[in-house]
Design a protein around this ligand. Structure first.
Ligand code: DC
Length: 213
């Protein structure tokens, strides 16, 4: 059995930073599943423009090759918005389940994997060894996102980031298939008032404990 850490949480909660740090610390392979949805959004916009349809996206998903994704193109706020819309299409989620589980089977690390997203502990890997659910207040998440956007020269205001996050939270939580929700056996970590080192410390002790079981 591949040792699996499943991390879910809200946009801007710090789950990606944590996942990467855990992977590094414990020598685990890392998979950011948001990139799948962002990748589909990127291709749909490129091929069909903003009026792409559900059928367009389903067809793209059917012939999707993960190794063609270029991460640096995928982090923009606009792709986050379209990725969240695409994440609400049940047929797309069904296709992506297979790709995500294959990552575990073909894992590049024999130590295990860390996977982050919205439905990892609930749908993709319900038997994960460690499940974490990361949250933070809307205002703190907006401040972090704004900092990232400004570093990447994205021109956007704090109020606009708040609006975008609220819409995204609502869509991700209320969709009919695999809505964002904490698994019953997930450890909840609120990062509003703690920094990334403290977050890593809390998560690391949970992972280390399971690894030594
Ligand atoms: O984690 P992120 O911001 O890169 O994700 C972008 C969007 O992709 C997110 O708002 C919803 C969707 N997504 C999803 O539905 N399920 C996942 N496992 C990961 C992302």
């Amino acid at each position: 059995m591949t040792f699996t850490v499943a991390i879910d949480g809200l946009a801007g909660s710090g789950k990606g930073t944590l996942a990467l740090a855990l992977a590094d610390k414990f020598n685990l392979a890392y998979f950011d599943t948001g990139l799948l949805y962002r990748g589909l959004a990127y291709i749909a916009l490129d091929e069909f423009g903003e009026d792409f349809t559900k059928t367009n996206v389903i067809n793209i998903a059917k012939s999707f090759r993960v190794n063609t994704l270029k991460e640096s193109n995928l982090r923009s706020p606009i792709l986050g918005k379209y990725a969240s819309e695409i994440g609400a299409i049940p047929e797309v989620r069904k296709i992506l389940i297979k790709i995500q589980r294959e990552f575990k089977e073909k894992s590049p690390s024999n130590k295990g994997i860390v996977v982050d997203g919205r439905d990892i502990g609930t749908v993709i890997f319900p038997n994960a060894n460690v499940k974490l659910f990361i949250s933070a207040s809307l205002e703190e998440r907006a401040r972090r996102r704004l900092r990232d956007f400004l570093t990447n020269d994205e021109n956007i205001s704090y109020d606009e980031v708040i609006k975008q996050l609220q819409k995204r939270d609502q869509r991700d939580k209320e969709r009919s298939v695999a809505p964002l929700v904490a698994a019953k056996d997930a450890h909840l970590i609120d990062t509003t008032n703690i920094n990334k080192e403290e977050t890593l410390e809390i998560a690391s002790s949970l992972v280390a404990k399971k690894l030594s079981d």
